[in-house]
Ligand binder design. Structure first.
Ligand SMILES: [Zn+2]
Length: 190
């Protein structure tokens, strides 16, 4: 296999339709550019008003969007392998402003992935006592679940808002009890 990226920028980065005043990606979703400040302010105000209920909103939204994203890339697992796909998706989301993503310890047989995220827009310039990246946590559950065809669970073990260094997520899942579907990556033995 050559080293050409298969997650093509033209397929994943939004493009401007000036006539409509819309940003779209080829899969049909509409996008909008929002400043990191706006994103953080929405989060802050929700937490102020709703308390911990805000976490659930961001987590659920992240998980739903992660599933939508996963559906775009699930078909690439078999051609690229999970390691290559993970690298390419890290690059894609960095281009979309979601920070530097490093995916470590992809061990399908141990059913676990560690994801390090630095400079996430959710925590830039923010200090907190507790991990706060509920949206990202949900997103990771959603995207990993769909790409691997499993029901993944994610935890944020460390947060840059707390430690000024990195957010660290552990994503794990149960192996299916029925024989794995051949189209899913669990049969790849990577
Ligand atoms: Zn965090």
């Amino acid at each position: 296999m050559d080293n050409k990226p298969r997650v093509n920028d033209k397929d994943v980065l939004p493009k401007l339709d000036l006539e409509k005043g819309e940003l779209n990606v080829p899969s049909g979703e509409d996008w909008v550019m929002i400043s990191g400040e706006a994103l953080r302010r929405v989060y802050e105000h929700e937490v102020t008003i709703l308390g911990t209920g805000a976490f659930v909103i961001w987590y659920n939204a992240g998980k739903a969007v992660g599933k939508t994203e996963g559906a775009k890339f699930a078909g690439l697992v078999n051609t690229l392998g999970i390691d290559q796909l993970a690298q390419e998706l890290s690059r894609t989301y960095a281009q979309l402003g979601w920070g530097r993503i490093e995916i470590r310890d992809i061990d399908i047989m141990r059913n676990e992935i560690t994801i390090i995220l630095r400079n996430s827009p959710m925590v830039r310039g923010v200090s907190d006592k507790e991990p706060r990246c509920w949206y990202v946590r949900g997103f990771m559950e959603g995207i990993v679940s769909v790409i691997l065809g499993v029901e993944a669970t994610a935890f944020e073990l460390a947060c840059e808002a707390v430690n000024r260094d990195r957010c660290e997520f552990k994503v794990s899942w149960k192996l299916p009890t029925s024989p794995p579907d051949e189209t899913k990556s669990l049969s790849l033995g990577k």
